[in-house]
Unconditional design. Sequence first.
Length: 183
Amino acid sequence: MSDSHDTASAQESHEGPIKTPRQLIWTVILAFVVPVIIIIMLANFVVMGDKPAAGTAALNEEAVARRIAPLARVVLKDASSPGALKSGEEVFKAQCSACHATGAAGAPKVGDAAAWGPRVGAGYDALLNSALKGKNAMSPQGGGDFSDFEIGRAVVYMANQGGAKFAEPKAPAAAASAASAAN
């Protein structure tokens, strides 16, 4: 009898905490799921870092300046200094040649007297007004960032290439000094 008792107690001492197949399945699942969840939580903790709350840095001066920079860029030009103003040919090459050299979008080609004839007949002021305000497919100033005086020089250059005999417009500083000398 003591043999049977020793065998029963030996079997009991070798049994683990898992007694049923259902417990075994739950143990296996939790053995994989719990470490994965812990690893994900640790990774999020490390990656999170120091992030400000929503809206706290949105109104500081640097953030506002970055957001409006493409729309609110101011460039000051000194029109009175010599060499700062571009000639008509320089403005034409930099801005106008994209369309007027090839005739793109119905633009009159430079040197084409037949295309420029009716425009030249309308006069310099009409041509300058069209160049400054835009006409048909051409945006104001042809999309450039030149002064009105420089655009006027380019208009004279293109019109004269097409047969006009327009005089070069007077520089703004020269016009102002001539007006003050007359008084």
